[in-house]
Design a protein around this ligand. Structure first.
Ligand code: DX5
Ligand code: ZN
Length: 222
């Protein structure tokens, strides 16, 4: 099981949701040398109004890439399905705090599976809900759009939320953001404390995905 890269770096995590599934392997290969984390958006048509893909796809691509596979579970029952995602090759699993009654129990389930643990908040969920469990996770994922679809507009209050979460985190924990990240929003959100940026359409929607990743990082380091 791979570990999240140690903190102190800006990581770009491309979301394959925006890739062309007809040539998925080639798309990932095009960016593999530029990244450490690959973001896998799992949607069940219930927690969010869209359906994406499941463990079968992860299992198929797993042997071809030595990257940290970051499964973002936008599903109603992460408790039930987490073991299947770990078995398929996810190195880290992020669940939504809105989807579980007992986040502590969910964290324990993920620890027992040996995966890195992420917890995600939708844009309107109060950041204070993280207080009882934030010390126990490896990464917080603040959604910067309503989860469900790629290509949406970055929500304006996201930097404020990230600043608040960053204050609650230790410096060995990552703060990931997801949705509407491109060269203009990336520096704004890293200045607010995010260090792990998911981007779908800004990378896979473009003719030269590796150049887009380099541009994202460059803009954040300016
Ligand atoms: C949205 C997903 C995102 C999405 C991001 O629910 O969690 O990961 O793919 O797409 P862009 O970068 O296009 O906003
Ligand atoms: Zn995601």
């Amino acid at each position: 099981m791979r570990k999240l890269p140690p903190t102190g770096t800006i990581e770009i995590a491309p979301s394959i949701l925006s890739a062309d599934f007809n040539t998925l392997g080639d798309h990932i290969q095009n960016v593999a040398a530029s990244i450490n984390i690959l973001h896998l958006d799992i949607m069940d048509g219930h927690f969010v109004p869209n359906i994406s893909f499941g463990p079968v796809i992860i299992k198929k691509i797993r042997p071809h890439f030595d990257l940290f596979f970051d499964a973002h579970l936008m599903i109603t029952d992460p408790r039930k399905y987490a073991p299947e995602f770990a078995k398929a090759g996810a190195d880290g699993i992020t669940f939504h705090i809105e989807a579980v009654d007992d986040p502590k129990e969910m964290i324990k389930i993920l620890r027992d599976l040996g995966v890195s643990v992420g917890i995600s908040l939708k844009p309107k969920t109060p950041v204070e809900t993280l207080e009882p469990i934030i010390a126990d996770v490896d990464m917080v994922l603040q959604m910067t759009v309503e989860p469900g679809f790629g290509g949406q507009k970055f929500m304006a209050d996201s930097p404020q939320r990230c600043q608040a979460i960053r204050k609650m985190l230790r410096n060995d924990q990552r703060l990931q953001v997801d949705g509407g990240i491109h060269t203009k929003t990336a520096p704004i959100i890293t200045q607010a404390g995010a260090d792990t940026l998911v981007a779908g359409s800004a990378i896979f929607g473009q003719p030269d995905p590796a150049a887009e990743i380099a541009a994202l990082i460059k803009n954040c380091l300016k």
